[in-house]
Design a protein around this ligand. Sequence first.
Ligand SMILES: Cc1ncc(COP(=O)(O)O)c(C=O)c1O
Length: 371
Amino acid sequence: MYHLRDEFPIVREYVYLNHAAISPTPTFALFEAFRYLYEVSQHGSLHVNKVEEGDFANLRKKMATFINAEPGEVSFVPNTSFGANMVIHGLNLGKGDVVLSDGLEFPSTVYPLYKLAQRGVNVKLVRASPEELEDRLVEEIGEGVKLVSVSHVSFNTGVTLNAKRIAEACRKVGALLLLDVIQSAGALKLDVKEMGADFVVAGGYKWMMSPQGSGFLYVRKGLVPDPPLYGWKSSSTYMEFNAEKFSIEEGPRRFEIGTIDVAANLAMASVAERLTPLRDEVERRVRELSGHAIDVAEDYGLEVITPKDRRAGIVVVKVDQPRKVAEELLARRIVVSPRGEGIRISTHFYNTEDEVDKALVAISQVRGRAR
Ligand SMILES: Cc1ncc(COP(=O)(O)O)c(C=O)c1O
C-alpha cells in the first residue's frame, strides 16, 4: 500500500493532513478524469456516447463493489447535499412524523429537514457530547420517528457512530436511516448491507480523494421509487426526447435526473476500484495514524476532543484561537483545519507518523503564542 504514496505529489510540498476538508487527487485518478476530458476535446459527442453506452454500468459496478451494494442501488450525485435532499424529500413525510438528527451535525443533512418542518414534520435534534451521542440517539428512536439523518463520522469531533446499532434501533420502530458517509467512505471499510443503512450518501472529494462534482448515493432496493425532482433522465424513455411521453425510470438514474459529471465520477470509480482490495488495510492504517495523533497530542498535554475508542481518520485537539493556530501551521506548510474549539487533523492512509509528529510539534509550539 505504501507504494501508493507516490500517487500524491503533494507530499513534496506540504504536510497535508486535511482530508476531512478536501483531498488531493491521486495521479492515477486525475489521469482517469483527464483522459475522458481529453477524449471529449478530440471527439466530442462521439466519446461521450461511447462512455455512456459502455462505461457507465462499469462505474456503478465499481462503486457498488466498494460499498457492497448492487449496481442498481448506486446513483452518482454532485454532492452530499443533493443526495440527502433526494432522499429526505422523497419519503413523503408529513404532519406528525418525526425526523431525528443532532445539533453537532454538518448542516447538509439537517437543513433539508427544516424544509420538512414547513410541512408540519417534527424535527428533533439530539444534543449530546461526542461520547454520549450514540446512546442518546438510540434512546430517541421511538414511536413516530420515520427518519434518522446523521453522519457516520462527525466532521467536528471525529466520533464514529455504530451504524449497525442505530439501524437496528430504526428497524424496531419502522424508521429509515440516512447516513452521511462523506467522512468515512474511503477511510473506513463500508459495507452497506452489514451496516444496515437504508440510504448512504457522500461527495467524493474528501476521503474518496476524487474531484469535486463526484459523489454517490446508495438507496436500498425498493425505496424512493419516485424521487422529488424530475429531469429528462428521470424517464425510462429519455432517449426518445419526447416531452409528452414519461414513465419514471426504475433504475438508479432516477436520482441523477440529468447529465452527471462524468470525468469526476470516472476518477471516483477508479479510486473505488483501486482501494477495494485494500479496504481493510486502508482502515487499519487510517486508524493507526489517528491513534498515533491522539497519543502524541496527549504526550504534549493537549486536550483531545475525539474519543479514542470511536475514532476514524479525524482527530480534533483543543486549542485557543484555532484559526490563528491553523494559519501559523500553514506558514510552516502544514495543512490542517480549524473546526469548533480546536484543530482538526485528518490523516489518510498514505501519510506518515513523521508528518503527524511535525503537525503536533507545531501545534504545541504555537498554541501558547496564539492565546
Ligand atoms: C459531514 C459532512 N457532510 C457533508 C459535507 C459537504 O457537503 P456537500 O458534499 O454537499 O458539499 C461535509 C463537508 O465538510 C461534511 O463534513
